[in-house]
Design a protein around this ligand. Structure first.
Ligand SMILES: NC(=O)c1ccc[n+]([C@@H]2O[C@H](COP(=O)([O-])OP(=O)(O)OC[C@H]3O[C@@H](n4cnc5c(N)ncnc54)[C@H](OP(=O)(O)O)[C@@H]3O)[C@@H](O)[C@H]2O)c1
Length: 242
């Protein structure tokens, strides 16, 4: 961002923005006056609703498992919006498997979206940002990238990868582009399962978080100067401290 602390008129792409946390981030960015670009894959009706709620945001559909689709999407962003100032890599998958049972396909299902796609979105986004002097990238990692969860070893590895990718790319893309990460703790939506309930009980804040609280952290990094880069901020009610 050239004018530090002001997102108005800035073009910011949010992946997986149709619903849940991504939607919360998109709505918050629209409130800040940003020109939000909403990516989705399957959730078309929800994406359209979010776009309307964002004051008529542009929509971009892509399967992020495919690197050619990622490149096409960034090409469309440039063609339709003319530039890119911010990128929020929010889209991800989450599965549970006993590490003794997980297959190569199960592993690739997670890593293709959670880690490979994040890297190629960062690459495509940074190339576009450099054309107009720079920008801001925020990657959604997870508490699971900081703390080990036995039945989510594959997911934890993908999110720990996002945290290291954030650090390495912050050096690679400096000084014009910053790369930071927000690591959510438990952000519940529907019915909370037993594991979720136990995690909330163990959370010092004694509750789950909200998309708005994640969006606050994303906005902080989008507005910060280039002296803030390579960082991961856990928004987890203190759970990572236990
Ligand atoms: N919720 C939590 O408690 C929590 C905790 C820790 C970390 N996080 C992280 O925070 C972020 C948002 O969490 P969330 O729970 O809101 O995420 P989510 O609902 O599980 O997923 C967000 C979106 O990712 C998109 N997506 C998945 N696979 C895709 C693919 N192959 N191509 C394109 N898009 C794809 C989906 O878009 P469509 O629906 O349009 O297909 C989905 O709506 C994620 O990075 C997640 O890992 C969440």
């Amino acid at each position: 961002m050239t004018k530090q602390g002001d997102l108005s008129g800035r073009v910011i792409l949010v992946t997986g923005a149709a619903k849940r946390i991504g939607r919360g981030i998109a709505l918050r960015l629209a409130e800040e006056g940003a020109r939000v670009a909403i990516h989705y894959q399957r959730s078309e009706s929800e994406a359209r609703r979010t776009a309307v709620e964002c004051g008529g945001a542009e929509l971009f559909r892509a399967n992020l498992e495919s690197v050619p689709e990622i490149s096409r999407m960034f090409g469309e962003v440039e063609a339709r919006l003319g530039r890119l100032d911010g990128l929020v890599n929010n889209a991800a998958r989450f599965t549970r498997f006993d590490p003794l049972e997980i297959t190569e396909k199960d592993w690739d299902f997670i890593h293709s979206v959670n880690l490979k796609a994040v890297f190629f979105c960062c690459q495509n986004g940074a190339r576009l940002m450099k054309k107009t002097g720079g920008g801001r990238i925020v990657n959604l990692s997870s508490l699971g990238g900081i703390r080990p969860w036995a039945e989510h070893a594959h997911y934890c590895a993908s999110k720990a990868g996002v945290i290291m990718l954030t650090r390495a790319l912050s050096k690679a893309f400096a000084p014009e582009i910053t790369v930071n990460s927000v690591a959510p703790g438990v952000i519940p939506f529907n019915e909370i399962d037993e594991r979720g309930k136990k995690m909330i009980e163990a959370t010092p804040a004694r509750r789950g978080g909200t998309p708005a609280e994640i969006a606050d952290a994303v906005v902080y990094f989008l507005k910060a100067s280039n002296f803030v880069t390579g960082q991961t901020l856990a928004i987890d009610g203190g759970l990572s401290q236990r």
